[in-house]
Write a protein that binds this ligand. Structure first.
Ligand SMILES: CC(C)(COP(=O)(O)OP(=O)(O)OC[C@H]1O[C@@H](n2cnc3c(N)ncnc32)[C@H](O)[C@@H]1OP(=O)(O)O)[C@@H](O)C(=O)NCCC(=O)NCCS
Length: 202
């Protein structure tokens, strides 16, 4: 009986390995069309009317943070980030999303992995603050909360409980409040900032 169970467990591990091998990597130029297709399927063309898109219009996404999940080189998931600024202090932050996973692979932890990996990278590159619009019960799994975003607002209609934030550096939100806007200044890599500029940005 015990042996049979062990054998069953071994097979299930083997099959999981064969049928579910996902590679996570930085988005490549050839992924763009597939990402649009996934997003169209998930959100429809109406997505462009969402307030979050006001912050993305005319601004390039951050390539070094934007990641894809690939199954045998087939695109199965995508997560992009955009640079934003908050309030009169124009505090720099990043906007997480859109996040999408192929319906066939949902519930396997792909989205969580995309977020964990990219947030870790963002932190390593010196980003201090992340904002998103989404469901708190889900994004709380990677540290986001509506409470953290209490002092922030968006340039358009949004359900307040869906505006979430997370500090990547403790204290990054201290004294930061106001309207979230597109990154105005020419985007510079966080890694290009001097230590002094990073402190000033807090
Ligand atoms: C939301 C989405 C990206 C999650 O991708 P995923 O790879 O299936 O997510 P994960 O496997 O990492 O996590 C799945 C878990 O999150 C939960 N979850 C997913 N969406 C949720 C939501 N909106 N609110 C609360 N929980 C949610 C699932 O029930 C599941 O729970 P379990 O672990 O207890 O079984 C995916 O469902 C998707 O692409 N949806 C359509 C697009 C979308 O809504 N994007 C987010 C916009 S804010």
């Amino acid at each position: 009986m015990r042996k049979a169970r062990q054998r069953a467990e071994l097979f299930s591990h083997l099959f999981a390995g064969i049928f579910f091998m996902i590679d996570y990597c930085q988005e490549r130029p050839e992924d763009a069309a597939h990402i649009e297709h996934l997003l169209d399927r998930a959100f429809g063309p109406g997505r462009f009317a969402k307030t979050a898109y006001r912050l993305r219009e005319g601004v390039e996404f951050i390539p070094e943070l934007s990641m894809v999940a690939l199954e045998q080189d087939i695109l199965r998931g995508s997560l992009r980030y955009w640079p934003i600024e908050i309030g009169p202090s124009r505090t720099r932050a990043i906007l997480l999303g859109p996040l999408v996973v192929d319906p066939e692979l949902q519930g396997q932890g792909v989205a969580l992995r995309l977020m964990e990996m990219s947030l870790q990278k963002a932190s390593g590159l010196g980003h201090t603050l992340v904002v998103l619009v989404g469901d708190e019960p889900y994004y709380a799994r990677v540290g986001f909360s509506a409470a953290a975003a209490r002092g922030l607002c968006l340039p358009g209609p949004v359900d307040r409980v869906r505006l979430l934030a997370r500090e990547l550096m403790p204290g990054a939100l201290a004294g930061v409040s106001g309207m979230i806007g597109k990154a105005q200044a020419e985007r510079r890599r966080a890694t290009d900032l001097t230590a002094e500029q990073r402190v000033a940005n807090l």
